[in-house]
Design a protein around this ligand. Sequence first.
Ligand code: C2E
Ligand code: CA
Ligand code: CA
Length: 394
Amino acid sequence: MQSALVIDDDPLFRIIAEETLRAIGFKSVDLADDGAAGLQQLRARNGGVDLVMCDLNMPNMDGVSVIRELGQIDFNGALIIASSEDLSLISSVRTMAQLVGVRVLGALKKPLDENALTAMLQNQASQARRKSELVTRHMLKSALGEDLIQPWYQPKLDSRLGRVTGVEALLRVTAPNGETLSPEPFIFAAERDRLIGEVTNRIVEKVVADLGTWSKAGFDLDVSINISPVSLDDLDLPDRIRAMFLAGGIDPRRTTLEITENRFLNHDANVLDILSRMRLAGFRLSMDDFGTGATSMEQLRLFPFNELKIDKSFVLAACDDEFSRTTVETGARLAAMLGLDVVAEGVETPEALKLVTQAGAGFIQGYLIARPMPGDALVGWMRTCAVKAVAAAA
Ligand code: C2E
Ligand code: CA
Ligand code: CA
């Protein structure tokens, strides 16, 4: 990201925001003291601004009206809401912005914290980079054909038991030069080219084999598998996954299927059909990436989830940013009311661990415990590192 526009009536805030954005590496930072002036600047630049940071409470034209306009002019950049209003109001506006089609990077409660802003922008930058690495249909086909796709595993700590009881399977691709590639560009391409079903089959097949191997070595671990929301129109999916588990002699009840909240939640008969049959087959269901979509209590009630997984972007920023911390706490409280397990992902520091545990997360995933690793490294890690990693984190 290169260019930013700060819309805020507070002159001191504009100065601080400009300094912070320049320190982070923005080449051009424009300033506007109310909504109308901001939109005028945006039009003068033909909408060509990478980031708009907007206040809510301003004279003349408020932030909500600015955001509505951003939706109408097909603004392609990203939005950060920075406000001193209370968090429930900021959160409503954030949801409203997503609904009118504006890409929201996050919401920050004033005063501006440079660490929180940097974390938000870095998270975005790495996501954008990963998505933009184009994977062609041919590359995808050959990755499948040459068996270059495999799951890696990230340990998951049960904080009440104080030990690692499960893992999340995360797709990795081996490049021709032997390098290991991250999943997002492949998932994106597989969804686009309608090959996601094949990719999921491959992952499930390998997970089932690995579970069998670990079991023989004395480790009966729970496993979580990511399911693309695009697959929720594939009515055969529940039976197919179940059959693979039974063929491998593995009980589906040790397995959680994670489905991201940010794209699928339309109240569609097929979605409810598929999720219900996954549950009937014995799988648990997790709502993944909590906080990035517009989940309501209603939706959590409607869909048969067992677990809520708080997105790492909030966990990473929770120690520095009030909005992120509140999202973590709200997720945990919502889950407790509905009797769901809570997982916090992206726990990198002892401070974050303390914060999410106090909020009520019973399960912890993050670099503090371990990074994802290949399946054949996991037994070794469980034998020699798991106890140490858990003790060090405690
Ligand atoms: P996700 O499901 O939200 O997975 C968590 C991501 O956070 C993983 O990235 C993991 O490596 C990373 N992570 C875990 N702990 C930390 C931490 O402490 N700090 C930081 N900075 N990151 C941490 P990864 O492996 O790159 O996966 C990215 C996404 O790709 C996943 O996000 C998931 O949405 C998707 N994905 C991965 N495997 C599959 C798959 O088999 N099927 C589908 N449909 N999607 C997959
Ligand atoms: Ca996940
Ligand atoms: Ca996530």
